[in-house]
Write a new protein. Structure first.
Length: 250
């Protein structure tokens, strides 16, 4: 299993296939297995070198417990460390939710390394102020609470992975997300072709659509009738649009 050290944190990644490099970055509380389990790797592998990364705090990557360890710049450094470890100067990028947010951070700090981007269920706006964060409150209940988030999609293997989650690390990530993971000014400067998408009943659907409208080289896809989690897991609704975009840009 390949690992690379990034600012003192071990980042785990896997590579499948040969061809044009495409990074796959999962969402919050998930891991790189989502791309395999939901058929993304099988569909996208032909003609491509897929690079699946476990974000810090997730999967088999190390899990720091300090919120400062999850700054956007450190997520950027992790992805670039993987590219450098593979000897790649540039790649395309596909991220969902947290992974999409990492994509926006990459566009801010290292746009020259990315030929195109697919950013699902993500935007760059700050979170609205609130007396408490419902997601942090849920995480404080323990890993069993994660099972409800993925209701309908929890296989025995996924259940085991979720129950092994480091909740302190996840809370640290979310704490940093609230504080620093917002840079709306970047969207008007992103030069690469981009596909943004969101489920039509995802609360952030309209914000994602508005984000795409501000970008110089982006298109938006509304996934009909899907929530935030369902949009990632109903790959049959997403992959045709993703494959069509990649065929034109990658």
């Amino acid at each position: 299993m390949p690992y690379v050290k990034s600012h003192g944190v071990e980042i785990h990644y896997e590579v499948e296939g040969e061809g044009s490099p495409l990074i796959l970055q999962h969402g919050f509380t998930d891991d790189l297995n989502v791309w395999k389990d939901r058929g993304y790797t099988d569909a996208l592998r032909p003609g491509r070198r897929l690079i699946l990364i476990n974000a810090r705090g997730h999967g088999q990557s190390e899990k720091p417990h300090e919120p400062k360890a999850y700054a956007p710049e450190l997520h950027v450094a992790d992805v670039l460390a993987v590219l450098d470890d593979l000897g790649l100067q540039a790649a395309s990028f596909y991220g969902y939710s947290m992974g999409g947010g990492i994509g926006f951070a990459l566009a801010k700090h290292a746009p020259e390394r990315f030929a195109s981007m697919i950013l699902g269920g993500a935007h760059t706006n700050p979170l609205p102020p609130a007396p408490s964060d419902p997601l942090i409150e849920m995480l404080r209940q323990g890993p069993e609470a994660l099972l409800g988030v993925y209701e309908g999609f929890v296989t025995p293997e996924k259940k085991a992975r979720l129950l092994a989650s480091d909740m302190t690390a996840l809370i640290a990530w979310r704490t940093n997300r609230i504080a620093t993971f917002a840079f709306p000014e970047i969207v008007e400067t992103m030069p690469m072709p981009c596909l943004l998408y969101a489920g039509s009943v995802d609360p952030i659907h309209d914000t994602v659509r508005e984000t795409a409208a501000k970008m110089p080289n982006a298109e938006f896809y509304s996934v009909p009738g899907q929530t935030h989690v369902q949009t990632q897991y109903r790959s049959e609704l997403v992959l045709p649009k993703v494959q069509e975009f990649l065929a034109r840009t990658n």
